[in-house]
Write a protein that binds this ligand. Structure first.
Ligand SMILES: Cc1ncc(COP(=O)(O)O)c(C=O)c1O
Length: 511
C-alpha cells in the first residue's frame, strides 16, 4: 500500500531488486549511477552564480511533500532530475566565495574521493572485524593529530561525528575522573551527591555544546560557570582564578575547565598557557575546544597561537571546519589513553572483554557510537595527496583575508566593527545616522541579513552581543576576495539604509 492507501501498480517492480546491490555483478550500474551523480553536481556547481537561490521553506516543502515515496521512478536519471528540483537547485553552496555565514568550509577534492570510497566499501569502525585496515588508518591519524597537538606518548582518541560529540565525550571522561577522585577522598559519599557538586568552567563565549553536555551528563542546572572575557573576547585568567577559588571555598568540585581555541563568534583563542597553569595548580581537567582553531595545527605561520594546547587533558578538533573536510569529520583526543576506558562497554556479541585482552583493536571501546563511518579516510587521502602544509596554507589565507575584511569594515563609517578575530570571523553592524533612526539599529541589521539571504546574492550570519543584533562574516573560503567582501558589505548597507529610510518620519509623511 502507498501512503495514500493506494496499492502499488503491478508493473511497479520491473526488475530484480538484486540488480541494485553493490557487488561484483552490478559494477556497471554502480559506475553509471555514481558518474551521473557526480556529473549533476558538477553541472550545478558550474552554474551556481550565487550561494543560494533564496527559496522559501514553504515553496520547497510544497515540492517535496508532493512526492509519493511509495511510487519509485525506477530510473536513476529521472530520480536525479527530480533531485535537481528538490535539492540541488536550491541547496546552499558553501564553495561559493560569497557564502560567508557559518563555520562551513569548501571541501577539498581528495576528501570527496575518500567520501565516495568509504561509503561504497561501507566499513564500520566499531570493530576490527568490520573494518580491518580502516581501524589502523584511523589510529594512525589519531596518533598524527595528537602528535601535532603535542599530547605525548600516552595520548589517544577517536573520530567523532562533530565538535558537539567530541565535547560531550571529553566532558564525560572528565566527569568520571572527577567522580573517581571524589570517591577516593570520601568513599562514603554517594554518587548523586558528588554529581551535585560538580562544576565546569568555560568562558562566556564558549560553545553552547558545553552547557548542553553538562545537562546530558546529569549535572545540576547552572553547573556551567561562564567567566568573563577580555577586550579581545578571550577568557580572563584572573576571572578563572577567582571562580576556581570560589568553588573550592564553597565545597564545589570543578570537574573541567573548557578553554576555547577559536570561539564561534569572535575567533578568539583563550590564553592557553595561563589557563593550563591554573588547571595544573588546582588539579583540574583541562579541555581545549579547538573545533574551529584546529587548522592552526598545520599552519606554517600561526601554529604558535595554539601554544599551551599540548598541556590539555582532552582536545576537540573538527576537521570539517578548518581542515576543509566534508561533514562529518571530527576527533576527540586525550592526553592519557587510559581515560578512554570511561567510554568502554563490553558487549558479548561485539567487543567481548577477551578481545581487549587479546589486543584486538576494537575502536568501539573508545567511542560513544557503535556503528561508525570511516570518516578518517577523507583526512587520510587529503594528507596523502595534498599534505598538511597545503591545508595550513588554505587556512592561513582565510585568516589573512579576515584581517583585511576587518580593516575594510572598520574604515567604513556606515558600520561599527567589534574585536579583531585571531581566526577568520568579523562581527559588525550597520549603524544608522545619529538621531531617531538609531533606534532602528537592531531591526535594520536583522532586516539586512534576511534580505540578503532572500536575494541569494550572499549569505552572512547574525549573532547577539550584549543583547544587540550584529552581523557576522565567517570566512573559510580561500577563494573569497576582498572585492567579494566589499560587494557584500555594500549590499548589506543598501538593505539596511532602505529599511531605515522607509521608516523615517519624513518618508512616512511623503508616502
Ligand atoms: C567552538 C566550537 N565548538 C564546538 C562546535 C560544535 O561543532 P559541531 O557543529 O561539529 O558539532 C562548534 C560549532 O560551530 C564550535 O564553533
Amino acid at each position: 500500500m502507498t501512503s495514500h492507501g493506494q496499492t502499488a501498480p503491478a508493473d511497479a517492480v520491473p526488475e530484480d531488486a538484486r540488480t541494485h546491490l553493490f557487488n561484483d555483478r552490478n559494477l556497471d550500474r554502480y559506475r553509471r549511477a555514481v558518474t551521473e551523480g557526480v556529473e549533476r553536481v558538477a553541472r550545478r556547481v558550474a552554474r551556481a552564480d550565487r550561494p543560494f537561490t533564496g527559496v522559501s521553506p514553504a515553496r520547497l516543502a510544497e515540492r517535496i511533500s508532493g512526492i509519493d515515496l511509495d511510487r519509485p521512478l525506477h530510473d536513476p536519471t529521472a530520480a536525479l532530475d527530480e533531485l535537481d528540483e528538490v535539492y540541488l537547485r536550491d541547496a546552499v553552496y558553501f564553495h561559493h566565495p560569497r557564502y560567508l555565514a557559518h563555520l562551513n568550509c569548501p571541501v577539498v577534492i581528495p576528501a570527496l574521493l575518500g567520501e565516495a570510497i568509504l561509503s561504497a566499501i561501507n566499513s564500520s569502525l566499531d570493530t576490527w572485524d568490520q573494518s580491518a585496515g580502516g581501524t589502523l588508518i584511523e589510529r594512525r591519524l589519531i596518533e598524527w593529530a595528537a602528535g601535532r597537538v603535542g599530547l605525548g606518548s600516552d595520548a589517544d582518541g577517536v573520530f567523532t561525528s562533530g565538535g558537539t560529540q567530541s565535547n560531550l565525550q571529553a566532558l564525560l571522561l572528565a566527569r568520571e575522573e572527577a567522580c573517581a577522585k571524589a570517591m577516593a577522598g570520601s568513599p562514603s559519599l554517594p554518587r548523586h551527591e558528588i554529581l551535585r557538586r560538580l562544576r565546569v568552567i568555560a568562558s562566556a563565549d564558549g560553545h553552547f555544546s558545553v552547557t548542553k553536555s553538562a545537562r546530558l551528563l546529569g549535572l545540576e542546572p547552572g553547573a556551567v560557570i561562564l567567566v568573563e572575557t577580555d577586550e579581545r573576547r578571550r577568557m580572563r585568567p584572573d576571572a578563572l582564578a577567582r571562580e576556581l577559588d570560589r568553588c573550592r571555598r564553597d565545597g564545589l568540585q570543578v570537574m573541567a575547565v573548557v578553554a576555547t581555541a577559536g570561539t564561534t563568534d569572535f575567533g578568539a583563542i583563550d590564553p592557553l598557557p595561563e589557563i593550563a597553569d591554573l588547571c595544573g595548580h588546582a588539579d583540574v581537567w583541562l579541555h581545549v575546544d579547538a573545533a574551529y582553531g584546529c587548522g592552526l595545527l598545520v599552519s606554517k605561520t600561526r601554529r604558535h597561537l595554539l601554544n599551551g594546547i599540548e598541556r590539555a587533558d582532552s582536545v576537540t578538533i573538527d576537521f570539517h571546519k578548518s581542515f576543509f573536510q566534508p561533514v562529518s569529520s571530527s576527533a576527540v583526543l586525550v592526553r592519557d589513553a587510559a581515560t578512554l576506558r570511561h567510554a568502554t562497554y563490553h558487549a558479548d556479541y561485539l567487543n567481548p572483554a577477551y578481545a581487549a585482552e587479546q589486543r584486538i583493536p576494537n575502536q568501539v571501546d573508545k567511542s560513544l557510537q557503535t556503528t561508525r563511518r570511516f570518516d578518517a579516510l577523507k583526512l587520510w587521502l587529503t594528507l596523502r595527496i595534498m599534505g598538511p602544509d597545503a591545508i595550513g596554507e588554505l587556512f592561513d589565507r582565510v585568516v589573512d583575508r579576515a584581517a583585511q575584511a576587518w580593516e575594510l569594515i572598520n574604515a567604513d563609517p556606515r558600520f561599527e566593527v567589534l574585536a579583531k578575530s585571531q581566526l577568520s570571523t568579523v562581527v559588525f553592524r550597520y549603524l544608522p545616522p545619529e538621531g531617531p533612526a538609531r533606534k532602528l539599529t537592531d531591526d535594520a541589521n536583522l532586516h539586512a541579513r534576511q534580505a540578503l539571504a532572500a536575494s541569494g546574492q550572499a549569505m552572512v550570519a547574525g549573532t547577539k552581543v550584549d543583547g544587540r543584533h550584529y552581523l557576522k562574516l565567517t570566512l573559510l573560503n580561500p577563494e573569497t576576495s576582498l572585492d567579494d567582501i566589499a560587494h557584500v558589505i555594500g549590499l548589506l548597507a543598501g538593505h539596511a539604509e532602505r529599511y531605515v529610510t522607509e521608516r523615517s518620519p519624513l518618508h512616512c509623511g511623503t508616502a
